[in-house]
Design a protein around this ligand. Structure first.
Ligand SMILES: C[S@@+](CC[C@H](N)C(=O)[O-])C[C@H]1O[C@@H](n2cnc3c(N)ncnc32)[C@H](O)[C@@H]1O
Length: 271
C-alpha cells in the first residue's frame, strides 16, 4: 500500500482507538510464529511476552540478541571506568528481561543489586517470578519506585524510542534523580544514522527538517509509537542533567540503535 494511503488509514485507526486491539493482535501473531530452543539456563518467557517487546516470536533471536546487547552495555560501562559486577544497577523498560537475564546474575553474585522496571505489569510479573533481581512496575511518567541517588548505573534499551518528548525529558530527569553523583546512564535511541538505514521513509524525510519525529502517534510506551531524533537533539535534552561522555551513532550495517553514555553531573568521578 502506498505511504500516504497507509498513513491516512493508520490515522483513522489511531483517532478511533481501534489501533489498540489491532496492534495487540499483531503482537500475538508475531509471538506465535516460532518456539525455538534457548541457550541459557533460565526459563524463557512465553512467546506472547517475547512478541510484545521484540516484535518477533523467535526465542533464538531473543536469547542471542539479549546476550549480545548485555555484553554491549557491560563493555560500554567498562570503557567508561564502571564495572557492572558488584554495582547497583537499574534496567529501565526491562521488558521480559531480555538483557536482565544475562546481566543480573553477575551483578548479584558479586554483591551488587539489580532492579528492573517496566510499565507493563505482565512483563514485570514474569521477571519477578523467573529471573534473578527485583522487578517493579512504574507508570508511563516518573517516578520510579527507587530512592534518590540509589543507583550506580541505569541503562535502557529501546525505551526512549517509544516516548514522546515530555515523557522522554521526564525520564532523563528521573534517571538523574536515581543515580548517585557521578553515576552512569547508558541509553539507546533511534538517531539519524539508524533512521537513514532502517527508518520508514516518512521519518527520514521529516528528520530533514525536524530534530525529533514521532511515527505512529498513538499508544505511547508501546512498540507501535516510535521516536526518532537527531543525536544533537538527544544531547540538548540530556545535558540539562548530565555530562555527555559519548554518543555512539546507530549502525547502518545491522539494526543497532545509537547509544548515549551520560554521567550524572558532580564533582566526583564515577567508581
Ligand atoms: C522495545 S521494548 C524493549 C524491552 C527491553 N529493554 C529489551 O531490550 O528487550 C520497550 C520496553 O519499554 C517499556 N516501556 C515503555 N515506556 C516505558 C516507561 N515509561 N517506563 C518503563 N518502561 C517503559 C515497554 O513496556 C517495553 O517493555
Amino acid at each position: 500500500m502506498r505511504d500516504p494511503i497507509r498513513r491516512f488509514l493508520h490515522r483513522g485507526l489511531e483517532v478511533s482507538g481501534l489501533i489498540g486491539p489491532l496492534h495487540r493482535r499483531q503482537e500475538r501473531r508475531h509471538a506465535e510464529l516460532s518456539s525455538e530452543p534457548h541457550e541459557d539456563g533460565l526459563p524463557m518467557p512465553p512467546a506472547a511476552l517475547i512478541g510484545a517487546v521484540a516484535g518477533t516470536g523467535s526465542q533464538r533471536w531473543y536469547s542471542q540478541r539479549g546476550k549480545h546487547d548485555a555484553a554491549w552495555f557491560t563493555s560500554m560501562a567498562t570503557s567508561h571506568g564502571v564495572t557492572l559486577a558488584g554495582a547497583r544497577v537499574w534496567d529501565l523498560g526491562c521488558g521480559c528481561g531480555r538483557i536482565a537475564r544475562w546481566i543480573a546474575p553477575d551483578i548479584l553474585t558479586s554483591g551488587g543489586d539489580f532492579i528492573g522496571t517496566d510499565i507493563n505489569k505482565e512483563l514485570v510479573r514474569w521477571c519477578e517470578a523467573n529471573l534473578p533481581g527485583r522487578y517493579i512496575r512504574n507508570s508511563l511518567q516518573p517516578p520510579a519506585k527507587i530512592p534518590d541517588g540509589d543507583r550506580d548505573v541505569a541503562y535502557a534499551y529501546s525505551v526512549f524510542t517509544h516516548l514522546r518528548e515530555p515523557a522522554l525529558r521526564a525520564w532523563l530527569a528521573e534517571i538523574a534523580r536515581v543515580l548517585r553523583p557521578g553515576g552512569l546512564a547508558l541509553l539507546t535511541f533511534h538517531d539519524e544514522a539508524y533512521a537513514a538505514a532502517w527508518g520508514p521513509e516518512a521519518v527520514r524525510l521529516s528528520l530533514q527538517s525536524q530534530p525529533l519525529v514521532i511515527f505512529n502517534d498513538a499508544l505511547e510506551g508501546s512498540n507501535y509509537l516510535s521516536t526518532w531524533m537527531h543525536r544533537s537533539a538527544f544531547v540538548t535534552f540530556a545535558e540539562e542533567q548530565f555530562t555527555i561522555r559519548e554518543i555512539v551513532p546507530g549502525r547502518r550495517d545491522e539494526p543497532v540503535q545509537a547509544m548515549a553514555v551520560l554521567e550524572k553531573r558532580s564533582g566526583r568521578a564515577p567508581r
